[in-house]
Structure formats: C-alpha cells, structure tokens
Design a protein around this ligand. Structure first.
Ligand code: VAH
Length: 316
C-alpha cells in the first residue's frame, strides 16, 4: 500500500486509523474522507482530506483519481442498534457504499478493506468458539449488510480479481471518539462513567458475553491483513479475529479493582439485549492467526489500565 483513502474517517475506527496509517505510510499518503466535512483536528491538520458521500460513486472515483489511491478503507456504516431504528439507511450505507467502493476498486485496480463484525452471525450460529466458516443468519439489518458485504466482496475477488480483504471485528473499545449507536458501546460508556465518578446504568444483563477488542489491536489487524502475502490467504471476507470475551460483571469487576467506589446498576435496553443475545460469546480466530499472523496484545486487565489512564488525562 502506498496511497490510502479512508472513507468514514471521522467514525470510531477511522478517527484512530487515520493517524495510525499516517504514522506508518506518511502523512501525505493517507487521505481522510467523510461526508461530515470539513473534518476536525488531526484528521484535517495531519494530512490531506476531502468530502466524500460514500453513497456517491463518482465522489469516490474522483478522489481515487485525484490522489492516485492504491488502497481504499471503506468504514462507512450505521452501527447495529442505530440501524434498527432506520433499516433502509443501514442498508443504503452498509451495502450501497460498499458496492460503490467495489466498482471503483475494480475500475482503478485498488485494494479494498471493509470491516465485517460479530454482527454477521445470528442465533443459529455456534456461540462458543464460533468457527471461521459457519452458518450466518443474523437477525439485524446491520448483520444482513455485513453478510451481504462479505459475500459480494468475495465475489469481486473471485470474479474480477479485486483485492478485497476484511475482518469480523468484535466490539471495539476506544478512548478517542464517543460511542455511536453500537450494541457493544456499553463497554466504552462504562469507562467514561467510572472515570467521571458517575453511576453507570448497564443496558445489557449480567452473563451477556461478547467478543471485545481494544482499538490498538483493531488497528494492528488492519495493517497486518492488508500487508499479508496474498498467496497465504485462504479466506478474504471475512476473518474472525478475537482478543477477549467478557460480560458486564467482568468489566465492572476489572474497573472496581482500580476505582473501588464505582457503582453499576442494570437497566436493560431491550433492543441492545436482543441484538447481543443473537451474537457469539467467543470466536475461533485460528485462520487469521495461521494465514496472516494475527496476535492481539491487550486483554481486559491491560485494556482497563490503559483506558482509565487515558480517560483520566482526557477528562481532567
Ligand atoms: C456495534 N460496535 O455494536 C459495533 C460492532 C461488534 C459490534 O459491530 O454495532
């Protein structure tokens, strides 16, 4: 990869992936794009940026030509809980933007990364040690867009040779952008409440296990996969990747070890609970480890140390 375009740069992943890739590939080699424009802070000041509405294929094509792009990161999506409020918006962004990116990648011979998610699985999927290749019948529009995305991206690879690659992200925990309508976002909100000294009302019930991942590992995964030797890839869209699995009680306990007076109560959110109950408890990521060397660094304890340290600095 030499010249990279990040679509959806101001989202949860994009806002950290952009500076991360600029550090590796050079500030002027990573173009940050979003429909919310102008961008702010480091996204705008740290390198080139442009306005792209990912549902407009011409805007994507114009940027690929203007900046001589050889790799596109399509991060445009409406997250799971929010998409249930507007299913057609979830579909139009999740699939419409991807189809535009696939056509541009085919025409201009760029590589294309589009994240999938544990949301691509459903209640019929084996919950523990979810296999790489298994049944996928998600019950959310978000999950339907992710399965569609995986299938159409594999098709563009097989039919047109487009270099499409993807990972099934667990819930990503980060300390830069505030949560945006995801089912796993309670695991971000809880740290903010704890550091601010506020009681936290958890929207999911005890025992709701889900795969989770700290943002630094999520960023490493993207570069490792996109830089992987294509001849070693038996899969492409999309790899299971996992690092930790926890429920609300486990993260609450980890935080109270560091902030003993932190209090959490349960206040169930029906929509998020229904979604979380349909997702795996833990995924098997052997294929990612064997095919491109996936190997996460963070666990619940080390992530909690870092989240509290960074948020104490950020919120003081
Ligand atoms: C969501 N954070 O909750 C996203 C993610 C695995 C979950 O896709 O919708």
């Amino acid at each position: 990869m030499k010249k990279i375009l990040i679509i959806g740069a101001s989202g949860q992943i994009g806002s950290e992936l952009t500076p991360f890739l600029r550090n590796i590939y050079g500030s002027n080699h990573v173009v940050a794009a979003d429909c919310f424009f102008p961008l702010k802070g480091e996204l705008a000041e740290g390198g080139p940026s442009c306005k792209i509405d990912a549902t407009n294929a011409q805007e994507i094509a114009d940027a690929v030509k203007k900046y001589d792009i050889d790799a596109v990161f399509n991060l445009a999506a409406i997250l799971s809980a929010k998409a249930e409020e507007s299913p057609m918006l979830g579909w139009n962004i999740g699939v419409g933007a991807l189809l535009n990116c696939l056509e541009v990648a085919r025409e201009f011979n760029t590589a294309l990364f589009t994240p999938s998610s544990i949301g691509a699985f459903g209640p019929e999927t084996p919950r523990m040690n979810t296999p790489q290749d298994t049944i996928q019948r998600p019950k959310t529009i978000y999950g339907v867009t992710k399965v569609t995305g995986e299938l159409i991206s594999d098709y563009y690879f097989q039919r047109f040779g487009v270099d499409t690659r993807s990972v099934r992200y667990p819930g990503i925990i980060s300390n830069v952008t505030l949560p945006g309508g995801g089912t796993t976002d309670y695991a971000v909100e809880i740290y903010y409440a704890a550091v601010k000294g506020e009681k936290f009302y958890c929207p999911l019930q005890a025992g709701t296990l889900m795969d989770m991942m700290y943002m630094p590992d999520a960023l490493d995964a993207v570069v490792q996969l996109m830089e992987a030797d294509p001849s070693k890839l038996k899969h492409r869209n999309s790899f299971n990747i996992a690092s930790m699995s926890f429920d609300p009680e486990m993260i609450y306990t980890a935080i109270r070890k560091r902030i003993p007076d932190f209090v959490m109560e349960y206040k169930q959110d029906e929509v998020r609970q229904r979604i979380a109950d349909s997702w795996p408890d833990s995924m098997d990521d052997t294929c990612a480890r064997e095919e491109w060397g996936w190997n996460p660094n963070y666990n619940l304890e080390t992530m909690t140390d870092d989240m509290i340290k960074v948020l104490r600095e950020k919120l003081k």
